[in-house]
Design a protein around this ligand. Structure first.
Ligand code: GLU
Length: 506
């Protein structure tokens, strides 16, 4: 009987969550849901030097915003708790010992100075960063080179040591990656990675294998940057005797810079003016704030859809997918091998589509903070009407203010010159007359427009002559939705006030 699908997202909480990381979460999540399996969040915090306060909570917030909630996590608990590797420390040492006893790993006593000395002594032009590998190990201080009695004595005396994997020489390791097909490695080219550190904490390499095993993970999807570590992990699965339970692997392609080559970085986002992190990240050390997709004004559903399409499609032309549809359609074998270039204009296109499709009542609470932020007290009913009027012009949430601020506050008239250029007494008289008539007008946009049209005709004007001036008077510039909707919404007093202000300035 095949095992229940169990996947995991295993971030190291060290800073902002890159959109590539969220895409890894998404593909894990979709795969788990598609197969009726479990999605586990495991926090990989064994590297205490890289501890960043707040980074773990930030990951929870990002997953919550995206609606990709794990079934098991440090917060939620679950049958394999704890889910934070720093709390699982006691589990790993026995496996490191098991590996040493079987001759697949060894103790290494080299001090940081000795390692540094080795690197600078062995450095050549052809090999600028010499590795601790099968050739080097015989020149270093470890349980392979030292007599056993000395090894025991050093350990007894509490000498700091690490445990390193003993990579075999000249073997070929192969596996079938669900995205990339068959991948093979020459073990001679891989260094003897540290498995257990001097502080007793495992490194990522040991912890990821032990935890994937203990947590019953069936499929491990992670970024392509981890591919070079795969031979180490495969050997650990084999040496620990767990080969039959080893998960299937998928190394997901990178998300690439829109221009040039290589992985899209936070710096590229800064350089080109778009977010790269899911949500705002404030670096606790430097205080530097990096804007996220959420705060830039993306809807989480759009963000998910964008990420789904960055490296996957279902073979059709369809681009807009709800999360439920993605769950139905997703299959790991349709994930592309090659990296996808990130296209910010396309990302905005998705968001625009989602804003148009989202029911206005759901937009109200999302837009409210952007309006409140400008010092405006928001009436939900009024905002609902404004959203209906301007939403087709909005791509990102802050656009609702840009496109609709004049519904809330009296705008500054920035394009007065455009009225001035063609201004005359006849137009002035027209506006004065129209204003006077407003007191008895019935206050609905179609009635207001009819009344305006009548007066235009009665005064021998063309509608075009006075429509643009009216728009500029009410809005401040040459944009915005239908003018008489604006008149209806802002009301009689405000309409008159804005026209009077403009007439005084002309
Ligand atoms: N802790 C690793 C990371 O930060 C996880 C890699 C994996 O999923 O195996 O990306």
């Amino acid at each position: 009987m095949s095992r229940k699908v169990r996947v995991r997202f295993a971030p190291s909480p060290t800073g902002g969550l890159h959109l590539g990381g969220v895409r890894t979460v998404l593909y894990n999540y979709l795969f788990a849901r598609h197969h009726g399996g479990d999605f586990v969040l495991r926090i990989e915090d064994t590297d205490q030097n890289r501890y960043v306060p707040g980074a773990e909570e930030y990951i929870y917030n990002c997953l919550q915003w995206c609606g990709l909630e794990p079934d098991e996590s440090p917060l939620k608990g679950g049958p394999h708790a704890p889910y934070r590797q720093s709390e699982r420390k006691a589990q790993y040492a026995q496996y490191a010992k098991q590996l040493v006893d079987a001759g697949h790993a060894y103790y290494a006593f080299d001090t940081p100075e000795e390692l540094e000395d080795m690197r600078s002594r062995m450095k050549t032009e052809a090999n600028p960063t010499p590795q601790y590998d099968y050739k080097m190990r015989s020149h270093m201080r470890n349980s392979i080179t030292l007599p056993q009695a000395e090894v025991e004595q050093l350990i007894q005396a509490g000498t700091p040591y690490v445990v390193r994997i003993k990579m075999p020489v000249g073997e070929t390791i192969k596996f079938t990656d669900l995205v990339r097909g068959e991948v093979s490695f020459d073990t001679s080219l891989v260094d003897d990675k540290v498995l257990l550190k001097a502080d007793g904490m495992p490194t990522y390499h040991l912890a990821v294998v032990v935890d994937d095993y203990l947590m019953g993970i069936t499929h491990a999807f992670r970024g392509e940057e981890w591919l070079p570590s795969a031979p180490v992990h495969l050997l650990l699965w084999k040496y620990l005797g767990w080969e039959k339970e080893m998960p299937e692997w998928a190394h997901l392609p990178l998300i690439l810079k829109p221009d040039g080559h290589g992985k899209l970085s936070k710096r590229d986002g800064e350089r080109l003016g778009f977010p790269v992190f899911a949500m705002n990240w404030a670096d606790p050390k430097t205080g530097e704030l990096t804007q996220g997709f959420k705060e830039r004004g993306f809807l989480s559903e759009a963000f998910i859809n964008i990420l789904a399409m960055l490296g996957w499609n279902d073979g059709t032309e369809q681009e807009i997918y709800s999360l439920d549809e993605l769950v139905k359609q997703f299959s790991i074998d349709r994930v592309h091998k090659g990296g996808a270039k990130f296209d910010y204009e396309k990302a905005k296109w998705f968001n625009h589509q989602y804003i148009q499709r989202k029911p206005t009542e759901e937009l109200v609470p999302l837009v409210t903070p952007y309006i409140a932020d400008k010092g405006v007290t928001v009436d939900a009913g009024y905002l609902h009407k404004v959203i209906d009027l301007v939403k087709e012009r909005c791509t990102l949430l802050p656009d609702f203010w840009e496109q609709g601020h004049f519904f809330f506050t009296t705008p500054e008239i920035t394009e007065l010159q455009a009225i001035k250029d063609k201004w005359n007494e006849q137009k002035k008289t027209f506006f004065e007359t129209w204003m006077a008539g407003l007191d008895s007008a019935s206050w609905a946009h179609d009635a207001l427009e009819a009344n305006f049209n009548e007066l235009v005709a009665a005064q021998g004007l063309k509608k075009g002559d006075v429509m643009l001036p009216l728009r500029i008077m009410l809005v401040g510039g040459k944009y915005g939705p239908h003018v008489f909707n604006i008149v209806e919404m802002i009301g009689k007093e405000e309409t008159k006030k804005r026209i009077e202000n403009a007439l005084n300035a002309l």
